[in-house]
Design a protein around this ligand. Sequence first.
Ligand SMILES: [Zn+2]
Length: 385
Amino acid sequence: MNYENLFSQNLETNLKGRYITLNDIEPLLLKFNSDNQVQIIGTSVLGKPIYKYELGTGNTRVLMWSQMHGNESTTTKALFDFLNLLNSNSELANKLLNEFTFCCLPMLNPDGALLYTRENANNIDLNRDAQNLSQPESKLLRTTFDTFEPDYCYNLHDQRTIYGVGSEIIKPATVSFLAPAYNENRGINKVRTKAIKVIVAMNKILQDFIPNQVGRFDDTFNINCVGDTFQYLNVPTILIEAGHFQEDYERELTRKFVFIALVEGLKKINENDIVSKEIEDYMNIPHNKICFYDFIYKNIKISYDNNKIITNFALQFKEELIDKQLFFNVYTAAIGNLEGFSGHFEFDVEEALYEDLELNIPKIDQKAAFSLGNSIKFVNGVIEN
Ligand SMILES: [Zn+2]
């Protein structure tokens, strides 16, 4: 299968960048709604509609939800690329629709999406509300789970740029997976094995596109998380975290890798093969670890109180919503030796003097505006010409 072609044929060009709200997806859902396949299942805290899109006639029932964390939009983009594929009337589309029935909730947290926050409008993390079901959005997901009776669940998220994989050579964790545990012992039963099998297939294909950039999330059991609860309720659940690819802060490449993983995983679900090796393959996917900053400047010189020191400092983007536009603003995140950390951008400034408009010492959480040496000026973390 030529996945590059498949992706470009089905790319949803109306969804771009990181700030994806209900306004962006409603026209697309309307276009799909030829025969009442798209329904409003309820409303968010602030009264925004939450949509469900069901399609396919197959025996294997798959429930997918995205943007339960409002600022995690990459998998929403990938989900719409995938929905375009399912609506393409191609041989592959018809095969998938014959084999599966899909139930998609493409934006579970529309209030958080609009505010560009992880939490919903009551400041509740919906992915810690699986037992309390205190929020309307959590209740709707659970009701959909109970009535649709899925054979598989796909829990779709984004992760921050801080995650990496590898030991000697550290790469960004562009896509990470988890087959959540179903109990404290983190045992592997038949249900969890089914999720693992899908993840192994996804990882295998992704290694062709992003070698050594796939991670595996920590599987500490937390029954308050939706994936853990669904796995505990005996439905194989796959967590997908879309992460950073080199220089792709808009995550337009990562969406492609998620799309590829979705298609390949589904192709493998109903294949009967031996699974013992797959548990081993799953365990061999390297752990995600926190080991990246967006920018690292090495060997800066700081001069204060007649002392001079040579040190390093790191900056991290914060995504800030200002007047309905998303900005990537850079703040100081760490100062010091920074061992064990890499930068997505790294500069050795060879003892150039750090100066800013205040004390000439980098301060944690200070917005980055400084100069290094006589000639280099940094605005928002990058060299200004
Ligand atoms: Zn998330």
